[in-house]
Design a protein around this ligand. Structure first.
Ligand code: SAH
Ligand code: SF4
Ligand code: F3S
Length: 475
């Protein structure tokens, strides 16, 4: 789950504001970093505060409250937040009553340590404690520090209607699970987001229906591992459900189907699939419905089985390639993307070559590629040495990125000369006379506007392309 392609982390942390009609009251400045799940959480936060009469501002010098929703996935993500906090500090000088709060994964990871280190932070709130935000603000207003980093086994915010932030009015995220039970050796998420729990399918379907009625035409179902979605009546996935409970349960494939059945004009996407849990059943459901997009994001992390074992990913190179073969067999036109981590503990040159050769086999449509960044408390930090020198990591990452650029160009070219059904998301950044949208495979398509508009489905005959964008004309 990412909002930025390839490795440009600097694009993370786009400021998103609430377009609220509430006048007066207190002013909130809300900024989000990290993955789609975090952006989706910010929409919950916005909803909770809007109910308390908050309006928003795009200028943090004007704010009564500044909230930054943070990411802890890599060292770099945290450094960016620290830098931002020193900028907020300036606003504190002109407005001593200003309240600054740190939300999200970095808040959860550092807990009250945050208050000690960052003297100018007043509130620290973890991802499962957003319902307590109004109280915490009240405490902070009396000059005390306020912390709530309790993780929950039940919280899914199922009853809160998110305020859509920075929305194009066409596409929206819906969280279907929270937390993660997987314990990949490199990953901080199980520590920052707690145990995995699934959200009541009825509330998911209702949220999607409401979005459709408001004019939205695409929903992306979000979870760290969507394939392990399982609703057995309670929030926390039961360790050993009985046969009866399983018969009445909703699986991810069944949930996808329920959402797809809302309306043929509502596109359904999902992220992220996990290779160890992605079953053929899900692929058959995708193939069965035209409005479930032919696109799977299937992080591989490494092409070498020894490294995968050390990463505790739960699959081998062969298993992963078998899952790719299943996608190609069941959904022949599918777009496939990946995540790769290079330079994980003890990775040899030959093992790095295995990652390149796996990429050569799959020829991904696109990918998100990272250098390994050691995270405190994780299995890898406790058990292994972060022993690949940073120059080696950078060189390997560059080789991976270069190869992916080649493969993206190859895949994009395959789309030329064909008609693509495009959901229009807005006006192209380059020209007001052009619209842009995505095809089912998630590739961006640009074409002359004519009389089409945002939210329309348009059949576009693609005539040319750049590295990652298709260019054509409506037919
Ligand atoms: N739940 C998703 C991934 C969430 S994090 C999944 O299992 O695929 C997004 C990506 O960040 C991961 O897929 C991984 O490629 C990368 N990542 C996670 N921890 C990292 C670390 N410590 N160093 C570098 N990259 C990391
Ligand atoms: Fe992290 Fe692994 Fe869970 Fe993904 S599946 S969030 S990489 S622990
Ligand atoms: Fe997402 Fe970053 Fe947390 S990737 S789950 S915001 S650590």
């Amino acid at each position: 789950m990412h909002e930025n392609k390839v490795i440009d982390e600097s694009k993370q942390g786009e400021a998103l504001m609430i377009e609220s009609t509430v006048k007066g009251g207190k002013k909130l400045f809300l900024e989000s970093y990290g993955c789609a799940m975090n952006f989706s959480d910010s929409e919950i936060v916005a909803s909770i505060l809007k109910d308390k009469g908050f309006s928003t501002t795009q200028d943090f010098f004007e704010a009564d409250v500044i909230f930054v929703n943070t990411c802890a996935i890599r060292e770099g993500a945290e450094q960016r937040v620290r830098k931002r906090l020193t900028e907020y500090r300036k606003a504190k000088k002109t407005n001593p009553d200003l309240i600054i709060g740190v939300l999200g994964c970095m808040a959860e990871r550092l807990k009250s340590q945050f208050l000690e280190e960052e003297k100018l932070v007043d509130i620290v709130v973890g991802p499962d404690a957003y319902r307590s935000l109004p109280e915490l603000i009240e405490i902070a207003e009396t000059g005390q520090k306020a912390v709530n980093v309790l993780l929950s086994k039940e919280e899914t915010y199922a009853d809160i209607a998110p305020v859509r932030l920075g929305s194009n009015g066409v596409t929206a995220f819906i969280s279907i699970t929270r937390g993660c039970d997987n314990m990949c050796a490199f990953c901080v998420v199980p520590f920052t987001r707690g145990r995995e729990r699934s959200r009541d399918p009825e509330t998911i379907v209702n949220e999607a229906k409401e979005l459709f009625e408001q004019g939205y035409r695409e929903v992306t179902l979000l979870g760290q591992n969507v394939d392990s979605y399982l609703w057995t009546g309670g929030g926390l996935k039961k360790e050993n459900p009985s046969t009866e409970e399983l018969q009445n349960a909703t699986t991810f494939a069944q949930l996808l189907e329920k959402v797809a059945l809302i309306h043929p004009d509502l596109r359904v996407r999902f992220s992220t699939s996990h290779p160890k849990d992605m079953l053929d059943e899900v692929l058959y459901t995708i193939a069965k419905y035209d409005n479930i997009c032919s696109y799977v994001h299937l992080p591989v992390q490494s092409g070498n089985s020894r490294i995968l074992e050390m990463m505790n990913r739960g699959y081998t190179r062969e298993w992963y390639l078998n899952r790719i073969a299943a996608i190609r067999r069941i959904i022949p036109d599918a777009g496939i993307s990946m995540d790769i981590i290079t330079g994980f503990c003890s990775e040899t040159e030959k093992e790095h070559q295995d990652t390149l050769s796996l990429m050569e086999d799959v020829k991904y449509d696109f990918g998100y590629m990272f250098s390994y960044s050691e995270r405190p408390k994780t299995l890898a930090e406790r058990k292994y040495k972060d022993d690949v020198p940073s120059e080696v990591k950078s060189r390997r990452l560059q080789e991976i990125v270069d190869l992916q650029v080649k493969h993206s160009a190859f895949r994009t070219k395959q789309g030329v000369g064909k008609v693509h059904r495009v959901l229009v998301e807005g006006t192209s950044k380059k020209s007001k006379e052009e619209l842009f949208g995505r095809n089912s495979q998630n590739t961006v398509v640009v074409f002359p506007k004519e009389n089409y508009k945002k939210g329309d489905y348009v059949n576009v005959m693609v005539e040319s392309c750049t590295g990652g964008t298709l260019i054509g004309k409506a037919v």
